[in-house]
Design a protein around this ligand. Structure first.
Ligand SMILES: Cc1cc2nc3c(=O)[nH]c(=O)nc-3n(C[C@H](O)[C@H](O)[C@H](O)COP(=O)(O)O)c2cc1C
Length: 308
């Protein structure tokens, strides 16, 4: 039997087989189908679609992105076509793929998350859900789901009641300690964690004295956030038993290896796809080269292998 070139990279995540551990991150890969002509979608470890809400959202006023030293700030405003249009217009094409497609889900009340997942449950073509909990809970005075262990546990437990697919909870880095949030998600039934989402940030045009981003504040991503993301992934992975997906500034195979060493079982690539749409596939190839060079037989040997 011939071994696929991905063999040393093959892995699984909460029961989902992945040909490699490199996925494209939510919000940077549209609904996947838009990248079809540029990227061999079946060669990816997987991808996470743009965040889906109950109703369509038009998003924030421009400018929505601003390039910084070592990254970018965005405030797209969670623009999306809404879960029902996604199911009708995008999911049929995704259902035929031989790669893991994760639906990123968000809302402003627990019921919003439950409703989006309930709609998706009736349709084939998805491997798992990823909950973006970096949203203010309007039923609780705007406290972020991602910064309050009790609110986080509530939304995760409610989604778990209706989800037959695995639920990945995507944590925010904008907290003073990640461990209580990681543990709250795990105790409420999360099958895996992913982190990090973007860092709340501000860029100013000194001449006009205005924010560079139309909505004011935005989320910082890209290579500049990698060391903080690595620290958070390491702390989260040490505080739970469920698998962790690491992301934040990954642009090379060595970056991906660093996240695995810090405790991640898989990684996602976001901002790097802005300058290289094929970066998830390239990073997987570079990770395979890294394993070969370092004489590591499979990625399992790297995971959580940090020497202090
Ligand atoms: C333009 C843009 C849009 C994003 N949209 C979403 C989203 O809809 N849902 C989500 O969970 N994360 C979203 N993110 C966050 C990314 O998925 C990722 O967590 C973050 O950018 C850090 O990874 P990176 O440094 O590799 O980009 C978005 C990021 C960017 C840059």
């Amino acid at each position: 039997m011939s071994r696929s070139p991905d063999a040393p990279l093959a892995t699984s995540l909460c029961g989902i087989p992945l040909r490699n551990p490199v996925l494209a991150a939510s919000g940077t890969f549209a609904y996947g189908v838009e990248f079809e002509k540029l990227v061999d979608l079946n060669a990816l470890g997987g991808f996470v679609v743009k965040g889906l809400s109950r109703e369509p959202i038009a998003g924030n006023p421009p400018p929505r992105v601003y390039e910084t030293d070592g990254g970018m700030i965005n405030s797209i405003g969670l623009q999306n076509i809404g879960v029902r249009a996604f199911v009708a217009e995008k999911l049929p094409a995704l259902a035929g793929l031989r790669t893991a497609v994760l639906a990123n889900v968000f809302g402003y009340k627990t019921e919003d998350y439950v409703e989006v997942v309930r709609v998706l449950e009736d349709h084939a073509g998805l491997a798992a859900y990823e909950l973006n909990v970096s949203c203010p809970n309007t039923a609780h005075g705007g406290i972020y789901f991602s910064s309050d262990p009790a609110l986080l546990a509530e939304v995760v437990a409610a989604v778990k009641q209706v989800a037959r697919r695995p639920v990945v909870v995507k944590l925010s880095p904008n907290v003073s300690a990640i461990e209580p949030l990681a543990r709250a998600a795990e105790s409420a039934g999360a099958d895996a964690l992913s982190l990090v989402n973007t860092f709340i940030a501000l860029a100013i045009d000194a001449r006009t004295r205005r924010p560079r981003i139309g909505a004011g504040f935005g989320g910082l991503s890209g290579p500049g956030i990698k060391p903080i993301a690595l620290r958070l992934v390491c702390q989260a992975a040490r505080s739970v038993r469920i698998p962790v997906i690491g992301l934040g500034g990954i642009a090379t195979g060595t970056d991906a290896a660093e996240f695995l060493i810090a405790g991640a079982s898989a990684v996602q690539v976001g901002t790097a796809t802005f300058w290289d749409p094929r970066s998830p596939q390239r990073i997987a190839r570079e990770l395979a080269d890294f394993l070969k060079r370092e004489k590591v037989a499979k990625i399992g040997e790297l995971i959580n292998s940090l020497k202090w």
